[in-house]
Design a protein around this ligand. Structure first.
Ligand code: GDP
Ligand code: IMO
Ligand code: MG
Length: 423
């Protein structure tokens, strides 16, 4: 059985958590393949609302296995809090959660380096979530990192001290002060390392490949979005991992020929949190209206998300990079009540009009829009695609024609049941 992948096609926060939770009944194993606590995946069912950062979004379904893959970076303190919050919310067992021995660990000094680097950048800062993601992946590729498996080895403290001291030297280069709060942060980190030891560590590449052999259905869950990919996103305003489909192969050890469906998820409009270019960003009342209606505030940092119209140039780029087999549109309900809905079909720079995602998105680049009539009907209670307003179906049809990929799911509300499966 091939492994399916679900990933974001925009700048993150497309609704991956909700849809993975919705799709989990169709799978046996849910495996996160990259990112770390920079992610905030929200899901809602009944009267419960949860935000997951490191834990895969299949965790609420008993009998399903959730794997934190080797491509993920783990902050022990955030992880412990996530688990205790889940337990407070009534989730009785986390026995169905397995962690790769090769997943890298975020140190307290990684977070400090993240903050120091951002401060040093001034106006050109990335707008990082400050969770230590960049410095941890830098240590991974620099071959200095500490992995989950290391916490059980006798030389763990030695490795930790070596890396911490290296970080102290780097931090001093940034003229960044390490204050007394570090001692407490380090103490908490070690406590959480002890907590982490309770969880089963696995060779996730063997686990996933054996699952594939045994005909189990695996869903690889992405974090962030394609336009934040370290290689193909709006560099340098990106995250530090490969968020695209190939990242699932790297982050879980899956051979490319074993990839099946690629579920590409996008919002009916666009949002971005943090710095960086955003061609269709709206700095007007419409942008504010989308933010308010869509509750567009970061699930991890609480920052207001920048909002704008759908960008088809960027979407087609993402579809190409990921080999998307089916599209999932979320937050269609948020566009209800707008007189007109716009979609960017090309970019114009000077006199040139083009439909590719350029090397550099300059401030002169202007979106070329096609305008669609809006709809007024409340759609959140609908469960049949045919019952959606014609205007929304036209909008979806246009996206399908342009991307040449079918929209298989339309999400019309944050709750698990507010989802229209088209098949
Ligand atoms: P993720 O990071 O991709 O998992 O997305 P986030 O959880 O950060 O942000 C998506 C937000 O939209 C969350 O608050 C979800 O509960 C919410 N959401 C997801 N799908 C829908 C939808 O179709 N309609 C509405 N109104 N909200 C949605
Ligand atoms: P989910 O999985 C939206 C953004 C940050 C910043 C840039 C780099 O919830 O979709 P980092 O902390 O990785 O160094 O930040 O990437 N970013 C996200 N934006 N959703 C996310 O995750 C994000 N994870 C990182 O805002 O601009
Ligand atoms: Mg999110």
């Amino acid at each position: 059985m091939k492994t399916d992948v679900l990933l974001g096609l925009q700048w993150g926060d497309e609704g991956k958590g909700k849809i993975v939770d919705f799709l989990t009944p169709y799978y046996d194993v849910i495996a996160r393949f990259q990112g770390g606590p920079n992610a905030g995946h929200s899901l809602e069912f009944g009267n419960e609302k949860h935000v997951l950062h490191t834990i895969p979004s299949g965790i609420f379904h008993p009998g399903k296995t959730n794997v934190i893959g080797s491509g993920v970076v783990i902050d022990p303190v955030i992880f412990e809090k996530e688990i205790t919050d889940l337990e407070k919310g009534g989730l009785s067992s986390t026995k169905n959660l397995l962690i790769s021995k090769k997943a890298h660990i975020i140190l307290p000094t990684h977070r400090m380096l993240d903050a120091a680097s951002e401060t040093a950048k001034g106006n050109t800062k990335i707008g990082s979530t400050l969770k230590g993601i960049g410095p941890t992946y830098m240590d991974k590729t620099g071959r200095n990192g500490i992995r989950m498996g290391d916490i059980l080895l006798p030389d763990f403290i030695e490795k930790y001290e070596f890396l911490k001291n290296k970080h102290f030297s780097l931090i001093s280069l940034f003229n960044y002060t390490i204050d007394d709060s570090f001692i407490k942060a380090e103490e908490n980190w070690f406590k959480s390392i002890e907590y982490l030891k309770k969880f089963e560590q696995i060779n996730s590449e063997y686990y996933i490949n054996n699952s594939i052999k045994e005909n189990k259905k695996v869903l690889a869950e992405g974090a962030q979005g394609t336009l934040l990919d370290i290689d193909f996103g709006s560099y340098p305003y990106v995250t530090s991992s490969n968020t695209i489909c190939a990242g699932a192969c790297i982050g879980l050890g899956i051979p490319p020929v074993k990839i099946g469906k690629v579920h590409g998820i996008f919002k009916a409009y666009c949002t971005r949190v943090g710095s960086g270019p955003f061609p269709t960003e709206l700095h007007d009342e419409t942008g504010d209206k989308i933010r308010e209606k869509g509750h567009e505030f970061g699930a991890t940092t609480g920052r207001p998300r920048r909002c704008g119209w759908m960008d088809l140039v960027a979407l087609k780029y993402s579809v190409m990079l990921n080999g998307v087999t089916n599209l999932i549109m979320t937050k269609a309900d948020i566009l209800t009540g707008f007189d007109q809905i716009k979609i960017c079909t090309a970019y114009k720079t000077g006199t040139e009009t083009h439909d590719y995602f350029p090397f550099e998105i300059s401030p002169e680049l202007k979106p070329v829009y096609k305008t669609f009539p809006g709809w007024k009907e409340d759609i959140t209670h609908l469960d049949n695609y045919e019952d959606l307003p014609d205007e929304l179906k036209n909008y979806i049809r246009f996206i399908e024609e342009e991307t040449e990929v079918p929209v298989s799911i339309v999400s019309v509300g944050p709750k698990r049941k507010e989802t229209i499966f088209r098949d």
